[in-house]
Design a protein around this ligand. Structure first.
Ligand code: CP
Ligand code: NVA
Length: 306
């Protein structure tokens, strides 16, 4: 395993399988009331340039459940790159804590932290990727479908950080992925180039500019907000551009009968997804949210206990 988890592509399929196996074990045992203080006395520093509910709570709870401790550093606390340079922050934190987790605007900020820290650095969402989310999501798919290979996955909406990590995961694993985005919002060429370089031979990616073809025969439909954190100014324009990319009952009815519907949350109900779908029988969004906790615990153990 590499020192850091900056991109989902930092893990091999073998390492992902190991993280998933440990996740299943820890999830089962924590529900049975068994304690695993595998990270006793370890400290995680959590740097946030953007807001969070799930990421903050799951990492902090996860560290406590593993016998460790987490420190929340808000945007006003350290002012990365303003009050102090990114390398200086990384070097200082490395003298005190055992791991650094960062949610940043520029992807390069997480990269710079990882290059300057002597302890593992975890990307907890950057403008390019959201690898922790994707670990939880594919673990959730595995729980519901019993397998990953051979499934048809449809991502509907903005080709954003979450979509990028889904593309890279699908590439490593050799999955069949369809992405439907409006013209001008399709996956970025550098992500497609990386996916092509690291791909397993069974990887198939098709990009559409309409959603119905993408969900045809799909086992999984995934969507995310149309304007990500940092794109608030574009929200009004995007709501108009993306209006035909809503995941609603009509779209879900075009997929397989037992399709699962996923969303990383937070959702803008009535925009990218309707109440009927997110609260309906196909939705697994709360399983995804719960699995953030279990997959992150497994990831922390794998990174910190080598
Ligand atoms: N899905 C996710 O990362 O949620 P938060 O932004 O609330 O952490
Ligand atoms: N794409 C969203 C994900 C939020 C968890 C964003 O970056 O805001």
């Amino acid at each position: 395993m590499q020192k850091d988890f900056v991109s989902i592509a930092d893990l091999t399929t073998d390492e992902i399988d190991k993280v998933f196996n440990l996740t299943a074990h820890l999830k089962k045992e924590v529900k049975e009331g068994k304690e695993h203080h595998l990270l006793k006395n370890k400290t995680l520093a959590m740097i946030f340039e953007k807001p969070s509910l799930r990421t903050r709570v799951t990492f902090e709870t996860g560290m406590v459940q593993l016998g460790g401790h987490a420190i929340y550093l808000s945007p006003t606390d350290i002012q990365l790159g303003k009050r102090e340079s990114i390398p200086d922050v990384a070097k200082n934190l490395s003298r005190w804590v055992d791991c650094i987790m960062a949610r940043t605007f520029a992807h390069n900020t997480v990269v710079e932290l990882s290059e300057n820290a002597t302890v593992p650095v975890i990307n907890a969402l950057s403008d390019r990727e959201h690898p922790c989310q994707i670990l939880a999501d594919f673990f959730t798919i595995l729980e519901h479908k019993g397998k990953l290979n051979g499934l048809k996955i449809a991502y509907i909406g903005d080709s954003n950080n979450v979509c990028n990590s889904i593309i890279l995961f699908s590439s490593i694993y050799g999955l069949n992925l369809k992405v439907a985005s409006p013209k001008g919002y399709e996956p970025d060429p550098p992500i497609l180039e990386t996916a092509d370089k690291i791909k397993n031979r069974t990887f198939e990616l098709t990009v559409f500019n309409e959603s119905v073809s993408a969900v045809d025969d799909a086992d999984v439909i995934y969507t995310d907000i149309w304007a990500s954190m940092g794109q608030e100014d574009e929200r009004e324009k995007r709501v108009k551009t993306f209006k035909d990319f809503q995941v609603n009952d009509r779209l879900v009815s075009k997929a397989k009968k037992d399709v699962i519907v996923m969303h990383c949350l937070p959702a803008h109900r009535g925009e990218e997804i309707t109440d009927e779908v997110i609260d309906g029988p196909h939705s697994v969004v709360l399983d995804e949210a719960e699995n953030r906790l279990h997959t992150e615990k497994a990831l922390l153990v794998k990174l910190l206990k080598k």
